[in-house]
Design a protein around this ligand. Structure first.
Ligand SMILES: [Fe+2]
Ligand SMILES: [Fe+2]
Length: 296
């Protein structure tokens, strides 16, 4: 892609941002109570759906589990967005402020600011714990937020954005899901379509510009990001909400063929794209295999 193509894409994304941006503070009815009989994620996407544990739960317990699973996904989403905003603002620091490309980076940060407020407010309304990565993942998140550039930065962004997008496209159309969750999903899907477009083009450009040594290291970091997204979307502590020990719940979900299909399905689109760029191999390949995101 030439510099002109880059500016043309950024110009289009800026126009789309001007026409289709939402303020969740005013677009969403935050005061409306949750419906007692609706789920928080489509029930067939619950990590325990189809297991003996799931069969043993009452309808209300199943709804409670999806409430905590949604909070877990949203908690991971806020965490990713906080990293992404740091990456974008650091990239912007070195750029020409008159370039459409640089202005789009700022516009995307503005989108992510609103998203994180929206997810935070939703988690507050869910009245669940705030689930987010801890330990080594928290450390790695801080590390990539302060050092991420080039292919590893845009691939990690894309993995998180595209996986979340798969879930949200389905949730926004699902009549078994709470209206508030469907609205939050719809707003996010519309705005993330621009982010995915931007990250995909940037990633392809940066891969072409990177040397072999750089790409080998980046493939390892990208594999680690995929491993996190494939394995930690659902925080094991969510199972406490229905009286199941976190280790037992995590084991049941990991062995659940329905959930394994769900994880694979959520990765289909981004795996296809990263594979075309030859980013799913080398030192990151074992982590990809353990992520559950690869087909077969
Ligand atoms: Fe977002
Ligand atoms: Fe985004």
């Amino acid at each position: 892609m030439t510099t002109t193509d880059r500016e043309r894409t950024a110009g289009r994304l800026l126009r789309s941002s001007a026409e289709h941006s939402y303020d969740p503070q005013v677009e969403i009815d935050w005061e409306a109570p949750f419906a007692p009989d609706l789920y928080f994620v489509p029930p067939h996407r619950s990590s325990l759906h189809g297991t003996a544990l799931w069969e043993s739960l009452t309808d209300q317990q199943r709804i409670t589990l999806t409430r905590h699973e949604l909070a877990s996904v949203a908690g991971l989403g806020v965490w990713f967005e906080t990293i992404l905003m740091q990456l974008l603002i650091r990239g912007y620091y070195k750029q020409d402020p008159t370039a459409a490309h640089a202005q789009y980076a700022l516009t995307e940060i503005a989108d992510e600011c609103r998203h994180s407020v929206m997810f935070g407010r939703m988690i507050g309304k869910l009245a669940t714990p705030v689930y987010r990565p801890g330990g080594i993942n928290a450390f790695l998140g801080k590390w990539i937020a302060t050092t991420g550039t080039g292919p590893r930065m845009f691939a990690a962004i894309l993995i998180a954005e595209e996986i979340l997008d798969m879930y949200q496209r389905e949730a926004m159309a699902c009549e078994q899901v709470q209206p508030l969750v469907r609205m939050v999903s719809r707003i996010h899907v519309v705005e993330e379509a621009r982010h995915v477009r931007y990250a995909r083009e940037e990633l392809a450009r940066q891969v072409r510009a990177a040397g072999a040594g750089r790409l080998a290291f980046d493939k390892l970091v990208i594999g680690r990001a995929a491993y996190l997204c494939g394995t930690r979307l659902i925080h094991p502590a969510v199972y406490r909400s229905i009286g199941i020990d976190p280790a037992e719940g995590r084991r049941a979900a990991a062995a659940n063929p329905h959930f394994r299909d769900t994880v694979r399905w959520s990765g289909e689109r981004v795996v296809g794209y990263l594979d075309d760029l030859d980013l799913i191999d080398g030192p990151g390949k074992p982590l990809w295999r353990r992520s559950g995101l690869l087909p077969g």
